[in-house]
Design a protein. Sequence first.
Length: 208
Amino acid sequence: MVKSIYDTVANEPQTDIKEDTVTRDDAKLQYFEDQSGQYYIYVVENRGPMYGPSLGWCDVFIFKRLNGVWKLNDLRFHAGGGGMYGNPGKFEKLEQIGDENRAIVISGGQSHMGNNFNVTLIEVSKGKLGRSFGFPTHHDYGENSGDDYKLTICDENEYHFRKVAGSKHYDLILERFNCLDESSIKVDSAVIAYQNGYRIPDRFSFDE
Protein backbone atom coordinates (compact mmCIF):
# COMPACT_ATOMS: atom_id res chain seq x y z
CA MET A 1 0.00 0.00 0.00
CA VAL A 2 2.94 2.35 0.53
CA LYS A 3 4.62 1.51 -2.79
CA SER A 4 2.54 4.03 -4.71
CA ILE A 5 3.67 6.71 -2.23
CA TYR A 6 7.36 5.81 -2.40
CA ASP A 7 7.14 5.72 -6.20
CA THR A 8 6.81 9.52 -5.99
CA VAL A 9 9.74 9.97 -3.57
CA ALA A 10 13.22 10.53 -5.00
CA ASN A 11 15.79 7.89 -4.09
CA GLU A 12 19.06 9.23 -5.42
CA PRO A 13 22.36 7.38 -4.86
CA GLN A 14 24.04 8.42 -1.61
CA THR A 15 27.53 8.23 -3.17
CA ASP A 16 29.03 8.30 -6.66
CA ILE A 17 28.16 4.61 -6.99
CA LYS A 18 24.72 4.12 -8.57
CA GLU A 19 23.93 1.08 -6.40
CA ASP A 20 24.26 3.12 -3.18
CA THR A 21 20.61 4.13 -2.98
CA VAL A 22 18.55 3.96 0.19
CA THR A 23 16.97 0.60 0.96
CA ARG A 24 13.63 0.46 2.77
CA ASP A 25 13.09 -2.44 5.14
CA ASP A 26 9.74 -3.31 6.67
CA ALA A 27 9.31 -3.03 10.42
CA LYS A 28 6.66 -4.72 12.52
CA LEU A 29 3.06 -3.71 11.92
CA GLN A 30 1.33 -2.59 15.12
CA TYR A 31 -2.46 -2.84 15.43
CA PHE A 32 -4.52 -0.79 17.86
CA GLU A 33 -8.03 0.50 18.24
CA ASP A 34 -9.83 3.16 20.23
CA GLN A 35 -13.20 4.91 20.18
CA SER A 36 -12.34 6.57 16.87
CA GLY A 37 -11.66 3.35 14.97
CA GLN A 38 -9.30 0.52 14.10
CA TYR A 39 -5.74 1.29 13.03
CA TYR A 40 -2.43 -0.17 11.90
CA ILE A 41 0.86 1.65 12.42
CA TYR A 42 3.49 0.80 9.81
CA VAL A 43 7.09 1.92 10.27
CA VAL A 44 9.57 1.75 7.39
CA GLU A 45 13.29 1.72 8.15
CA ASN A 46 15.39 3.55 5.56
CA ARG A 47 19.03 2.45 5.32
CA GLY A 48 21.98 3.24 3.16
CA PRO A 49 24.60 3.04 1.92
CA MET A 50 25.33 -0.25 3.65
CA TYR A 51 28.99 0.24 4.50
CA GLY A 52 31.13 2.56 6.61
CA PRO A 53 29.16 5.51 7.96
CA SER A 54 25.77 4.19 6.87
CA LEU A 55 22.85 6.46 7.62
CA GLY A 56 19.13 6.02 8.12
CA TRP A 57 15.79 7.18 9.46
CA CYS A 58 12.21 5.95 9.86
CA ASP A 59 9.01 6.87 8.03
CA VAL A 60 5.64 6.31 9.73
CA PHE A 61 2.27 5.47 8.16
CA ILE A 62 -1.10 5.05 9.88
CA PHE A 63 -3.88 3.09 8.18
CA LYS A 64 -7.53 3.16 9.28
CA ARG A 65 -10.22 0.62 8.55
CA LEU A 66 -13.08 2.34 6.72
CA ASN A 67 -16.05 0.43 5.32
CA GLY A 68 -14.10 -2.81 5.55
CA VAL A 69 -11.05 -1.46 3.69
CA TRP A 70 -7.70 -0.27 5.07
CA LYS A 71 -6.92 3.27 3.89
CA LEU A 72 -4.06 5.67 4.58
CA ASN A 73 -5.00 7.99 7.44
CA ASP A 74 -1.73 9.85 8.08
CA LEU A 75 2.00 9.70 7.28
CA ARG A 76 5.26 11.36 8.20
CA PHE A 77 8.59 11.06 6.41
CA HIS A 78 11.80 11.23 8.51
CA ALA A 79 9.59 10.81 11.57
CA GLY A 80 12.30 9.57 13.91
CA GLY A 81 15.30 7.39 14.45
CA GLY A 82 18.23 8.66 12.48
CA GLY A 83 21.81 7.69 13.03
CA MET A 84 24.75 6.02 11.42
CA TYR A 85 27.33 3.25 11.70
CA GLY A 86 24.75 0.49 11.82
CA ASN A 87 21.97 2.17 13.83
CA PRO A 88 19.67 3.91 11.37
CA GLY A 89 16.58 3.68 13.54
CA LYS A 90 13.89 1.16 14.33
CA PHE A 91 10.39 0.88 15.73
CA GLU A 92 10.51 -0.09 19.42
CA LYS A 93 6.94 -0.10 20.73
CA LEU A 94 3.62 1.69 21.06
CA GLU A 95 3.45 3.41 24.45
CA GLN A 96 0.30 4.57 26.27
CA ILE A 97 0.92 8.20 27.31
CA GLY A 98 -2.65 9.20 28.13
CA ASP A 99 -6.19 7.93 28.39
CA GLU A 100 -6.83 8.85 24.76
CA ASN A 101 -3.39 9.01 23.18
CA ARG A 102 -0.34 6.86 22.59
CA ALA A 103 3.21 7.40 21.40
CA ILE A 104 5.16 5.61 18.68
CA VAL A 105 8.64 4.98 20.09
CA ILE A 106 11.47 4.93 17.55
CA SER A 107 15.12 4.47 18.49
CA GLY A 108 18.25 5.58 16.68
CA GLY A 109 21.90 6.31 17.26
CA GLN A 110 25.44 5.45 16.29
CA SER A 111 28.35 3.28 17.42
CA HIS A 112 31.66 4.87 16.49
CA MET A 113 34.35 6.06 18.91
CA GLY A 114 31.76 5.40 21.60
CA ASN A 115 28.02 4.81 21.58
CA ASN A 116 25.18 7.31 21.33
CA PHE A 117 21.55 6.21 21.34
CA ASN A 118 18.27 8.09 21.54
CA VAL A 119 14.51 7.74 21.26
CA THR A 120 11.89 9.79 19.44
CA LEU A 121 8.29 9.58 20.66
CA ILE A 122 5.50 10.66 18.29
CA GLU A 123 2.07 11.32 19.73
CA VAL A 124 -0.89 9.51 18.17
CA SER A 125 -4.45 10.67 18.85
CA LYS A 126 -7.54 9.48 16.99
CA GLY A 127 -5.34 7.94 14.31
CA LYS A 128 -3.40 11.13 13.57
CA LEU A 129 0.28 11.88 14.18
CA GLY A 130 0.89 14.76 16.56
CA ARG A 131 3.83 16.37 18.33
CA SER A 132 7.10 14.53 18.71
CA PHE A 133 9.80 14.79 21.34
CA GLY A 134 12.94 12.90 22.16
CA PHE A 135 15.97 12.53 24.38
CA PRO A 136 19.21 10.55 24.57
CA THR A 137 19.07 7.14 26.24
CA HIS A 138 22.74 6.15 26.32
CA HIS A 139 26.17 7.71 25.80
CA ASP A 140 29.55 6.19 26.51
CA TYR A 141 33.13 6.93 25.56
CA GLY A 142 36.49 5.45 26.48
CA GLU A 143 40.20 5.71 26.01
CA ASN A 144 43.09 3.43 25.02
CA SER A 145 42.44 0.14 23.21
CA GLY A 146 42.56 -3.63 23.58
CA ASP A 147 43.15 -4.83 27.14
CA ASP A 148 43.85 -1.24 28.19
CA TYR A 149 40.50 0.09 27.00
CA LYS A 150 38.57 1.84 29.75
CA LEU A 151 35.27 3.73 29.78
CA THR A 152 35.62 7.30 30.95
CA ILE A 153 32.04 8.46 30.34
CA CYS A 154 28.80 6.50 30.62
CA ASP A 155 25.36 8.08 31.00
CA GLU A 156 21.87 6.63 30.60
CA ASN A 157 18.32 7.97 30.73
CA GLU A 158 15.41 5.68 31.61
CA TYR A 159 11.75 6.65 31.33
CA HIS A 160 8.19 5.57 31.92
CA PHE A 161 4.74 7.17 32.06
CA ARG A 162 2.52 7.47 35.13
CA LYS A 163 -1.24 7.91 35.14
CA VAL A 164 -2.41 11.14 36.81
CA ALA A 165 -5.69 11.33 38.71
CA GLY A 166 -8.08 13.82 37.13
CA SER A 167 -6.02 14.24 33.95
CA LYS A 168 -6.31 12.47 30.61
CA HIS A 169 -2.55 12.92 30.06
CA TYR A 170 0.15 10.96 31.90
CA ASP A 171 3.28 12.33 33.55
CA LEU A 172 6.64 11.42 32.01
CA ILE A 173 9.10 10.12 34.62
CA LEU A 174 12.69 10.61 33.47
CA GLU A 175 15.70 9.29 35.41
CA ARG A 176 19.39 9.80 34.68
CA PHE A 177 22.07 7.28 35.69
CA ASN A 178 25.84 7.17 35.76
CA CYS A 179 26.68 3.75 34.32
CA LEU A 180 30.47 3.70 34.68
CA ASP A 181 30.19 0.70 36.98
CA GLU A 182 27.74 -2.21 37.14
CA SER A 183 25.58 -0.59 39.82
CA SER A 184 24.37 2.31 37.59
CA ILE A 185 23.97 5.09 40.15
CA LYS A 186 20.94 7.39 39.78
CA VAL A 187 22.09 11.00 39.63
CA ASP A 188 18.92 12.89 38.67
CA SER A 189 15.18 12.50 38.08
CA ALA A 190 12.24 14.62 36.98
CA VAL A 191 8.46 14.41 36.77
CA ILE A 192 7.41 16.12 33.54
CA ALA A 193 3.74 17.03 33.20
CA TYR A 194 2.06 17.19 29.80
CA GLN A 195 1.68 20.82 28.68
CA ASN A 196 0.91 20.74 24.96
CA GLY A 197 3.66 18.14 24.82
CA TYR A 198 6.57 17.18 27.05
CA ARG A 199 9.48 19.58 27.56
CA ILE A 200 12.71 17.71 28.31
CA PRO A 201 15.04 19.59 30.71
CA ASP A 202 18.47 20.38 29.31
CA ARG A 203 20.17 18.55 32.17
CA PHE A 204 19.09 15.23 30.64
CA SER A 205 21.25 15.86 27.57
CA PHE A 206 24.64 14.15 27.38
CA ASP A 207 27.98 15.71 26.48
CA GLU A 208 29.37 14.12 23.35
